[in-house]
Write a protein that binds this ligand. Structure first.
Ligand code: ADP
Ligand code: MG
Length: 762
């Protein structure tokens, strides 16, 4: 009898050659194979009748092949079969499918799965008026196949799997192998969760769950199967999430046991903050600072995430925490993802602390400083003469050693995973510094808890007072002239504008990972209907730019516009006489710095740029953000860009120009931007459009990959798993036996070694 950790090559029906293919898919053991779940099911006990289909629905249909033909057309070979069911029939078409020739013949029973489309074919010889384009299909077994195959394929709810390697290891193969494996381990799948917990949560045991999820009982509600919400699914998903959360919970606890610095927050410290604070903090800022200071006072290292939408005022919260550290006689560091931001923070810190009676020494350390300056600054840091250090990656790369680092703040951490490396920055025998991570990525709370699972979370969910909502409009490239006129008017009122392009120069993407222009949804998955698309194209822009006055934009059809090229064009054309600046990532740091400072001082009216200005740049007098080729940007980016305006009291505008064909998803993104300014709402949408794997670039952030769970779909189970993990650690359940606890620990270790090795090690 195979154990679950049996190498997959010993599983009946696999063997050494196939096991190599499986290894590529991450399947190494019998257990891995059992946790490779069907991605959908076909109800072959109650097949759908052709006459009850509705156009537009995605359905699975079983019929008999009445005819098959390979048609050579100018656009390539099209393979067509006619699928009959009594007096009804339906056509199925596959493009470029010469390889299908000979595969089908009359009389075969075939299951197809796809979107039901109305058929315009006038030759239709029956009453069936539907067709399917590129459906998935399976030729069903007939009397000549063996009994086992027939048993698994027809007259039941049939699991459909993603192929594990070509057509050979497609669904049919997996059904057989998994079926046999389940038979082989019958009665011998060890339970890994305590029985009392399963009873309380009303979840089936592990073996039952595995069996039911692959070969559901006839009575299983089909909708539950398709949405992965049967008790069997829930059990397996919960199991995976429980071990994730349990591991994170234990990590958090271990962190709390490590020795850190116990800062004090005396009246003197409060006074030091009060004398520099330029405004009344919002309630959210007060709460967040309270949480941070409570951590800082505790004798263990702080690991906290400060999350707040663009403009919510994270910087001042961080500076206050830094003042606490400095008042306690420690050095403090702030690390930003770009030189521009580091410089901006440096200037902001100097301005803020100007009023301080303590006169802390503030030092900037970025890669572009000349060597002498760097060496000098490193010396100040090393001897403890620098109190507040602001920098970029250089802080880590230049092997800076602090004399007494007490608090490190990391801005926009998702750009670089550096958390552990702060350990390198302290001298031996010094306690671990506290770490505060700031992010403007509005991650839905449950996800934040998993992404940054070993961090505690503070949220700024309130904007500083006096913000005027930003007017967001979507316009087509043809309306460019009106946009430029609008920008000129704003400049005439003393305002400043950003014009953002997706590329620096030419048409080649400098940042291919930012290109969202080709992300069509998968074929077969229904997207927004055409009618909706047309509505989106019309309307909406009328208020700012009446359609009657449209003029052709000469560059609109010449492909991608770039920052360098448009800087030239705008400067000599529409913006002649204005002060136009250019900013992009290929300028060297000094040049960037000069441009950004001039823009900040109001010496540049219009800044033509790439997404370099995306994060954190703060110029309150800038009221217009124009994004060209807005369809190419992701939601997170558009939201960040829009956050660059609306930072002062004046009314601000975000104009999203589209230049080329816009995909369905692009339409959805642009609409969402027009509809809402709420970062959390946009994050939810981004999540649902892109899935957690791609969500806001979380892949780099170390989001673990799951076998059965899907963070988007299973957020409630994630919440439950988190509660149960905390309960398991905190309130040992009397009904849970010692051997069950031991079993949980073993499973936890395995799960973490296998899957979550990459999660931030704190
Ligand atoms: P972000 O969270 O995006 O980093 P910032 O810290 O840059 O936001 O703050 C955005 C702007 O709001 C800054 O100009 C800052 O000075 C201002 N600000 C922050 N907090 C307050 C407050 N409580 N009252 C008024 N203005 C504030
Ligand atoms: Mg910021």
């Amino acid at each position: 009898m195979p154990a679950l950790d049996t190498p997959v090559k010993f599983v009946r029906g696999v063997g050494p050659r196939v096991s190599e293919m499986l290894a590529e898919k991450g399947i190494q053991t019998a257990e891995d194979l059992l946790y490779h779940l069907p991605f959908r099911y076909e109800d072959r006990q109650n097949p759908r009748s052709l006459d009850e289909l509705k156009p537009g629905e995605v359905a699975s249909v079983i019929g008999e092949v009445r005819g098959a033909i390979l048609m050579r057309t100018r656009r390539g070979p099209i393979y067509e079969i006619t699928l009959g069911q009594g007096r009804f029939a339906m056509k199925c078409l596959w493009f470029h499918a010469a390889y299908l020739d000979g595969k089908f013949h009359a009389g075969q029973s075939v299951a197809v799965y796809g979107k039901v489309e109305p058929s315009r074919s006038s030759k239709s010889f029956t009453t069936g008026n539907f067709k399917m384009i590129q459906p998935q299909f399976e030729i069903l077994p007939d009397a000549s196949d063996d009994a086992e195959t027939r048993l698994l394929e027809v007259g039941r709810i049939t699991p459909v799997y993603e192929s594990l390697g070509g057509s050979r290891l497609a669904s049919r193969w997996q059904r057989k192998v998994i079926f046999n494996l389940l038979e082989g381990v019958r009665g011998a799948v060890p339970e890994c969760l305590p029985r009392a917990m399963l009873e309380r949560l009303d979840l089936p045991d592990r073996e039952t769950a595995l069996r039911e999820v692959h070969f559901p009982a006839e009575s299983t509600p089909f909708a539950q199967l398709q949405s992965a919400s049967t008790p069997a699914h829930r059990r397996l998903i919960f199991e995976e999430l429980f071990f994730l959360e349990l591991g994170l919970e234990l990590k958090r606890r271990r962190m709390k046991e490590r020795k850190g610095i116990a800062f004090t927050a005396t009246d003197k410290v409060r006074e030091a903050i009060r004398e520099v604070l330029p405004f009344h903090p919002t309630a959210a800022q007060k709460r967040a600072l309270g949480e941070i200071v409570a951590d800082m006072r505790a004798p263990n290292p702080m690991r906290r995430l400060l999350q707040g939408d663009v403009g919510s005022g994270k910087t001042i919260v961080a500076f206050q925490a830094m003042i606490v550290a400095m008042e306690n006689g420690y050095q403090t560091a702030l690390m930003a993802p770009t030189e521009i931001l580091a410089t901006q923070h440096y200037l902001a810190a100097r301005k803020l602390l100007e009023r301080s009676s303590r006169k802390p020494r503030i030092v900037l350390l970025t890669g572009s400083l000349d060597e002498d300056r760097k060496r000098y600054n490193r010396g100040l840091i090393n001897r403890g003469e620098a109190n507040l250090v602001i920098g970029t990656h250089a802080l880590i790369e230049e092997k800076v050693e602090f004399d007494r680092l007490g608090l490190a703040v990391v801005d926009e951490q998702h750009r670089f995973g550096v958390l552990q490396r702060f350990k390198l920055m302290k001298k031996p025998n010094q306690p671990e510094p506290d770490v505060l991570v700031m992010t403007a990525t509005p991650i839905p709370r449950t996800l934040a808890l998993s992404l940054y699972g070993d961090l505690d979370l503070s949220v700024l969910d309130e904007m500083p007072p006096g913000r005027v909502p930003i007017v967001t409009r979507r316009v087509s490239g043809e309306q460019a002239e009106q946009v430029w006129t609008f920008v000129r008017k704003q400049v005439a009122r003393g305002r400043q504008a950003y014009i953002v392009y997706p590329v620096i120069e030419g048409t080649k993407d400098d940042q291919p990972e930012l290109d969202f222009s080709r992300d069509e949804p998968e074929a077969g998955i229904a997207a927004a209907p055409m009618a909706a698309r047309k509505n989106i194209r019309k309307g909406k822009t009328a208020e700012l730019f009446p359609a009657s006055a449209q003029e052709a934009n000469p560059t609109a059809k010449s492909g991608l516009r770039s920052a360098v090229e448009m800087h030239e064009k705008l400067r000599s054309g529409p913006f002649a006489g204005l002060r136009v600046g250019l900013l992009h990532g290929r300028l060297d740091a000094d040049e960037k710095d000069v441009i950004m400072r001039r823009f900040q001082r109001g010496e540049i009216d219009v800044l033509v740029s790439t997404t370099v200005i995306e994060v954190g740049v703060d110029v309150a007098n800038a009221t217009v953000m124009v994004v060209e080729h807005a369809e190419r940007f992701g939601l997170a980016q558009l939201h960040q860009l829009r956050g660059r305006v609306g930072r002062g009291a004046a009314k601000s505008y975000c104009i999203l120009m589209t230049g080329e064909r816009v995909t369905e998803l692009g339409e959805e993104r642009l609409n969402a931007m027009v509809r809402t300014q709420d970062g959390f709402e946009l994050a939810e949408l981004d999540l649902s459009m892109r899935g957690p794997g791609e969500f806001f670039g979380t892949r780099q952030a170390g989001l673990p990959e799951f076998r059965v769970a899907n963070l988007l779909r299973d957020r409630q189970l994630l919440e439950l798993a988190k509660q149960e993990a905390a309960r398991f650690v905190d309130h040992p359940d009397e009904a849970v036996t010692e051997s069950e606890r031991a079993r949980v620990r073993v499973q936890l270790k395995q799960a973490w070694q296998r899957k979550y090795g990459l999660v931030e090690a704190g």
